[in-house]
Design a protein around this ligand. Structure first.
Ligand code: PEP
Length: 246
């Protein structure tokens, strides 16, 4: 049986002081939440600080992005080996903000996914359709293209070593959530694409909040959540992690 996983994506938020306060409030009560793997993804400059703050807890560290090359003349970029050295277990790849604001193609995202695997870390592949794509009926094809680009590059065994996060672009940071049935239908579609990798965990992301988390996580093909805004506040992130307990 697949366990539940909840990942907080802090995006470009936080400060030394805010991170410390958030984790001081979050970690003690979170220790009582059993059977749920929890991770947080702070911005790069805070990885070392957050790694130290997480010591002694069961919360894992993740990064929000990387470059597919290990090292070299790529000013401003970060390689997977560096993230591994800083204590990361997870790395998000292909978040919709990376795809839309920074022009990442399906192929770029697949290269990044492979680079994370090469470093022995767990890539979290974000996929999802825009509102226009949902409306014009191309959502399933768009998501299939995003998943197949990675499957072609790393194969079923490669994708099964990672995690997929379905995040409808129209639900990210908008307060609009796919309802549980809509989300479940897309998760089932993604699982059907995976073939031998069908046991890959598939998270839902897009305005998950304490009041909608339990219904989403109760769906048979939803294995947890990727949480943006609600992960910046200890009480709401804690409530979401609790909702993932079976
Ligand atoms: C995200 O950025 O991955 C996300 C799901 O954001 P939010 O929860 O704020 O919609």
């Amino acid at each position: 049986m697949r366990g539940k996983l909840v990942i907080g994506n802090w995006k470009m938020n936080g400060s030394l002081d805010a991170n410390r306060r958030l984790l001081q409030e979050l970690l003690p009560p979170l220790a009582a939440v059993k059977g749920v793997e929890v991770a947080v993804c702070p911005p790069f400059p805070y990885l070392a600080q957050v790694c130290a703050l997480l010591e002694g807890s069961s919360v894992a560290l993740g990064a929000q992005n990387l470059h597919s090359a290990g090292q070299g003349a790529f000013t401003g970029e970060v390689g997977a080996g560096m993230l591994e050295e800083l204590g990361c277990r997870y790395v998000l790849v292909g978040h919709s903000e990376r795809r839309s604001l920074f022009g990442e193609s399906d192929e770029t995202v697949a290269e990044k996914f492979e680079a994370v695997l090469r470093a022995g870390l767990v890539p979290v592949l974000c996929v999802g359709e825009t509102l226009a794509q949902r409306r014009d009926g191309s959502a399933e094809a768009v998501i299939a293209g995003q998943v197949r680009a990675v499957l072609q590059r790393v194969g079923g065994a490669g994708i099964a070593a990672g995690v997929i996060a379905y995040e409808p672009v129209w639900a990210i940071g908008t307060g609009e959530t796919a309802n549980p049935e809509q989300a479940q239908a897309v998760h089932r579609h993604i699982r059907a694409l995976l073939g031998e990798a069908a046991a890959t965990p598939i998270l839902y992301g897009g305005s998950v909040k304490p009041d909608n988390a339990a219904a989403l996580f109760a769906q048979p093909d939803i294995d947890g959540g990727l949480i943006g805004g609600a992960s910046l506040e200890a009480a709401s992130f804690l409530a979401i992690c609790r909702a993932a307990q079976s």
